[in-house]
Design a protein around this ligand. Structure first.
Ligand SMILES: Cc1cc2nc3c(=O)[nH]c(=O)nc-3n(C[C@H](O)[C@H](O)[C@H](O)COP(=O)(O)OP(=O)(O)OC[C@H]3O[C@@H](n4cnc5c(N)ncnc54)[C@H](O)[C@@H]3O)c2cc1C
Length: 495
């Protein structure tokens, strides 16, 4: 174990940890110390509650240990390599033999992960007044929990056990061996070839990153386009970007079996009835997430759940046991760290302060961190039409934005949807190198009820890529220039 791994362990799972004596009953007992559990524990403790936080593996959950942090850190290194290979387009003569040192990139990832872990270390949580227990939490009744033999009672509890990788049912896959997000970040040697199964955010992000590092990457997705939720033009851009980076894209394709031959993984696929064989040395599965509901004693606690969709909650995030709430991946359709955070805040208000905060009131943005990034907030056109809402869209291609041209980052667009005849923003999709940052302005506008005409009146710094948003708002303003107003204006000027 290197020094960074050691630092991470010291923060997220200290080897010499001794669980405290319970100070029961806890005002809020939380199972799972991922983003949702951490936010609720800190919020509740700061407000004076007695809080127990139970974690069976590592503080930080998926996000810190096997998700957002390692993936985004690695994506950054891969982007640098891609930029360096493109240096001459920027008037920089880079050596032709730029070398990717994958082990060094992984070391950087571990260093950064360890550094970020300081913010959520067990010692820090204790200093904030939280009782931290390492062990597996299991309900023994509607108001008690067992943590590896330690019994404790609670007034309110929150289930924040997150999710785990869903595994495809493919004959031979288990025997052949495969990577998931829980193991891929342990690699130290760059795979020569990698098959990625699943074209969701995880699959697309890591396929592009590994291809940029120099692996031969094949991605197989059983639908006609990646990122099935996204608008088709946005999803098509991801497909093009992966292909441009050298990823072999197999859409409408299903993996039917895997076997080992001479140490290689031989993968049989079917595309519209056509069989093909792909030979790789590693397979990464990214077909989705399954809620972590096993072994929690949910029946003993009277908490209704479904193995596919997770803990059943109402709009206030209350489970079928009114003392018990849930937050984050274990109960939500949107499995993101920011949403886990927002849902945990709702639970603190509703569980401890008789609040009536509703999940359905949240405006939830998300982003897939490919290059270019795809970010979205609010409704898609299709959803608006399904609900009978008349919708008008304003689209600005990034190649018409000065800063995007100057940056050589012209791929993408900003598309904003409004309720037809009004400036009410219904949703937005942004495809751009920094779409994840750009979408935040749109989310703020939607939360604050700011219309597109106010966005048009807002000065955007020049030159920035976010100016594309202002241009879309200007396009909306031009539609307000009705023939009658145009005639009036001409008359006024010429009078
Ligand atoms: C590769 C990858 C990249 C991602 N990138 C992003 C991104 O860029 N942006 C984004 O917003 N989201 C991203 N996500 C999603 C994000 O990681 C999750 O949505 C987020 O971690 C969910 O937080 P959570 O607290 O609900 O659950 P988790 O983070 O899963 O934490 C749950 C915790 O509960 C613990 N636990 C489970 N059962 C028990 C038990 N019985 N007793 C005690 N403890 C238990 C687990 O050990 C875990 O630590 C990514 C996910 C992956 C896999």
């Amino acid at each position: 174990m290197d020094v960074d791994e050691l630092e991470l362990r010291t923060h997220v799972r200290p080897p010499d940890w001794r669980n405290p004596t319970p100070r029961e009953p806890y005002h809020l007992l939380i199972i799972g110390a991922g983003p949702a559990g951490l936010v609720a524990a800190r919020g509740a403790a700061a407000l004076g509650a007695r809080v127990a936080l139970i974690e069976r593996s590592a503080i930080g959950g998926d996000c810190l240990n096997y998700g957002c942090v390692p993936s985004k850190t690695l994506i950054r290194s891969a982007r640098l390599y891609a930029d360096m290979r493109n240096a001459e387009n920027f008037g920089v003569r880079a050596p032709h033999d730029i070398e990717v040192d994958f082990a060094m990139a992984m070391q950087r990832m571990r260093r950064i992960r360890a550094r970020i872990s300081r913010l959520d270390s067990a010692a820090r949580l204790v200093a904030e007044g939280i009782d931290v227990f390492f062990g597996t939490g299991r309900f023994t009744s509607g108001d008690s929990v067992d943590v590896d033999g330690i019994q404790m009672r609670f007034k309110k509890a929150m289930i924040a056990t997150g999710s785990r990788p869903a595994l495809p049912n493919i004959p031979g896959l288990t025997e052949a061996g495969y990577l998931t997000n829980e193991t891929v970040f342990d690699l130290n040697v760059l795979p020569k070839s990698l098959l990625v199964i699943g074209g969701g955010p995880l699959g697309c992000e890591l396929a592009q990153a590994f291809s940029r590092f120099g692996s031969r990457v094949v991605i197989v997705h059983d639908e006609p386009l990646f990122l099935p939720k996204e608008e088709r033009d946005a999803a098509q851009m991801v497909s093009n970007a992966l292909a441009r980076d050298g990823v072999e894209v197999h859409l409408n394709t299903r993996v039917v079996s895997v076997r080992i031959e001479d140490g290689n993984k031989i993968v049989e696929t079917l595309n519209d009835g056509n069989a093909a064989t792909i030979t790789v040395d590693h397979i990464l599965t990214g077909i989705g997430r399954a809620p972590a509901v096993d072994g929690l004693g949910l029946t003993a606690a009277g908490v209704a759940f479904d193995a596919q969709t997770g803990i059943q909650v109402d709009d206030f995030l209350r489970t079928s046991n009114p003392r018990i709430f849930a937050a984050g991946d274990v109960c939500l359709e949107h499995k993101f760290t920011d949403t886990a955070d927002a849902s945990a805040r709702i639970v603190v208000r509703n569980a401890l302060f008789m609040g009536r905060a509703r999940m359905s009131k949240l405006v939830i943005p998300w982003c897939t961190y490919t290059d270019p990034e795809i970010a979205h907030v609010g409704m898609y056109v299709k959803q608006a039409r399904e609900r009978g809402i008349p919708v008008k869209s304003f689209t600005v291609p990034m190649h018409s934005v000065d800063r995007a041209i100057a940056d050589g980052e012209e791929e993408g667009f900003v598309k904003i949807h409004v309720r037809e005849g009004t400036d009410k923003i219904l949703g937005a999709t942004i495809v751009a190198r920094h779409a994840g940052d750009m979408i935040n302005g749109m989310t703020l506008a939607m939360v604050a009820g700011i219309g597109l005409s106010t966005v048009a009146r807002t000065i955007h710094t020049y030159p920035t890529q976010a100016e594309a948003i202002k241009k879309a708002a200007d396009a909306y303003m031009r539609t307000r220039l009705t023939p009658w107003i145009a005639r009036l204006s001409r008359w006024w000027i010429r009078r």
